[in-house]
Design a protein around this ligand. Sequence first.
Ligand SMILES: NC(=O)c1ccc[n+]([C@@H]2O[C@H](COP(=O)([O-])OP(=O)(O)OC[C@H]3O[C@@H](n4cnc5c(N)ncnc54)[C@H](O)[C@@H]3O)[C@@H](O)[C@H]2O)c1
Length: 304
Amino acid sequence: MGNFLAGKVVAVTGAGRGIGRAVAIAAAAEGARVVVNDYGVSVDGSSPTSEVAEAVVKEIVATGGEAVAVADDVSTMAGGQRIVDVALSSYGRLDGVVCVAGILRERMLFNMTEEEWDSVVATHLKGTFTLFRAASAVMRKQRGGTLIGFTSGNHQGSVSQANYSAAKGGIISLVRSAALGLHKYGVTANAVAPVARTRMSAGVPMELAEIGEPEDVAALVVYLLSDRAREGGVTGQVYTIAGAKLAVWAQPRELRAAYAVGGWTPEAIAEFLPGAVGVDAMPMLAQVAAMEEAARGGARPNAQ
Ligand SMILES: NC(=O)c1ccc[n+]([C@@H]2O[C@H](COP(=O)([O-])OP(=O)(O)OC[C@H]3O[C@@H](n4cnc5c(N)ncnc54)[C@H](O)[C@@H]3O)[C@@H](O)[C@H]2O)c1
């Protein structure tokens, strides 16, 4: 066991499998007491079971760590609150929350049902809000803490997962809002966009050029939860970790602007926009075109 997180109490959602499980185990190995939350559902969010969270608690306890299971659904306000309440009643404080829980309901936009949209946005985006909401109230009083959301490279857009992409984009804005609003209370907020071999990524219909294991992602999360990251002023950031690769995403910013004295008309915009303001080419559009080309040639398409 290391001591990167000695004395800390950390709650991890979706901690029964995949990346969340690796984060919970790594946090415990670094000295944290861990609330292991998992609703125990299939990739599409169905068939909940409490055994998945309990199994990870047993694994942690068997190696000498401390952990407690919560099998609630993070997409409910009561679920988010219960995770925080269990941290406080079991361990007396809460230093970090890591919102990893997620599901997929893949469908082209023109065929997507309301239920497919709502369930994905509820699990990812609302499921991050419910825990951030409950945890930030505690961390504000404590004058310290760390919030971590899970996004995806797909926040740039997705051909057949508009629900997932929109939720992941929302998580980045939620993280940045938390970073801004809680800065004065000593609370940091960051997002992780992982690429790792799990049951969720197993269904991706392309070769991923850069991919790693859940344990690689856990190493980044342990660092972000630690005093080393807080002392380094790391907040409002989005990091990708994909095996050997660790990358930071740019903050959104305006690229070019033009000004019109007396305001813009459609005619003036038609004249000035193409040259003076222009477009910022969409990298994902080029990538999708290359994948379609490869698929036409019979190859399994490559993607970043
Ligand atoms: N694996 C990747 O390459 C990859 C890439 C980009 C983003 N992500 C994101 O990383 C996170 C973890 O993904 P993973 O690959 O480990 O998936 P996974 O399917 O292995 O694990 C997700 C876990 O979340 C749990 N869960 C689902 N709904 C829940 C709910 N309402 N309440 C509590 N728990 C719930 C599931 O039971 C499951 O154990 C997700 O947010 C995913 O979108 C993963």
